[in-house]
Design a protein around this ligand. Structure first.
Ligand SMILES: Nc1ncnc2c1ncn2[C@@H]1O[C@H](COP(=O)(O)OP(=O)(O)O)[C@@H](O)[C@H]1O
Ligand SMILES: Cc1ncc(COP(=O)(O)O)c(C=O)c1O
Ligand SMILES: [Mg+2]
Length: 276
């Protein structure tokens, strides 16, 4: 049986809970053949866990994309891109490919770090990535930036942000409330251009959640590549990441990654939905 091929254009998280490592682990768990075009390498100071982002030379990214496209990905996902030039390259990679699925995880901040990686990137993401996106998966902060609405704190504000992001070209929008949204449950808002649906699970421990966003977007990508509808792909990805967070673990005094394989190996978590 041949596997669907999923390509991530993303950064390397040396601690391996997030970034392209999370993407590859998730692609593997969900039965696709994962491939990578690396944009940057993130290293951490062992004393403080402060992040240092080193972009790769652009011609090296070009060579990776050329190689990967020659293999023929069925679906492409983006993660940390870091510069406007790399954002353009990611958009062009999708246009140059035969892939029909483009999942954009608009990474602007690393959890625990509140500094935006590069403020000029937001405009480039709006202009170049949103019009191509099959699915876009901003967290609460990123949705505020992509919609121009700023800080979002309620479901009504999330609905307005989702509407604007959809209008800017993304076909399916998921705004991740996650732990940033107050309440007992972990709620994400899904908008397909017609209906607003809340995706709900229990809110689990939230200290060991490094890589949750990457894992969610990668699971959505793999599910779409395997033929699920956008709605199914997104709901199943939410269950997959909820299990990964429930069984997240302490790596050191600073960080704990999700357990990418928990949904398949430990416990599958059901997702409730509610139209709003
Ligand atoms: N404590 C939690 N319990 C259950 N699900 C969570 C928790 N925190 C985040 N999630 C879910 O994990 C996914 C990733 O969200 P989030 O952590 O906000 O993204 P990011 O890592 O990009 O900031 C979303 O589906 C979100 O609802
Ligand atoms: C390379 C890379 N990509 C993406 C992220 C974002 O991770 P998360 O899934 O926690 O939003 C990080 C965070 O450290 C990272 O290092
Ligand atoms: Mg994220």
């Amino acid at each position: 049986m041949s596997l669907k091929k999923t390509l991530t254009i993303a950064g390397s998280d040396t601690s391996a809970g997030a970034g392209m490592q999370a993407d590859l682990k998730t692609f593997q768990e969900l039965n696709t053949y994962g491939m990578v075009a690396l944009t940057a390498v993130v290293t951490m100071d062992p004393e403080t866990w402060g992040h240092d982002v080193t972009p790769l030379p652009i011609d090296l990214l070009d060579k990776q994309i050329k190689t990967a496209l020659s293999i023929g990905p069925d679906a492409i996902k983006t993660g940390m891109l870091g510069t406007e030039e790399i954002i353009s390259r990611a958009a062009q990679a999708f246009k140059d490919s035969d892939a029909e699925i483009f999942v954009v995880d608009p990474v602007m901040v690393c959890k625990g770090e509140d500094e935006v990686l590069n403020p000029g990137n937001t405009d480039a993401m709006i202009k170049e990535l949103l019009p191509l996106a099959t699915v876009v998966t901003p967290n609460l902060f990123e949705a505020g930036q992509l919609s121009g609405l700023g800080k979002l704190t309620s479901i009504d504000q999330m609905k307005e942000a989702a509407r604007i992001i959809h209008e800017r070209g993304a076909q399916h929008v998921v705004i991740k409330g996650g732990k940033a949204l107050e309440g007992q449950e972990a709620m994400d808002l899904y908008f397909d251009g017609k209906t607003y649906t809340l995706l709900i699970t229990e809110k689990f421990q939230s200290s060991y959640n490094h890589g949750a966003g990457c894992t969610f977007a990668a699971a959505t990508t793999a599910n779409l590549a395997n033929g699920q509808s956008p709605r199914e792909a997104i709901i199943n990805a939410k269950g997959f990441v909820a299990s990964a967070i429930k069984y997240g673990w302490k790596m050191n005094d600073f960080v704990g990654p999700v357990q990418h394989g928990a949904s398949n190996k430990v416990e599958k978590i059901e997702v409730a939905t509610k139209e709003v």
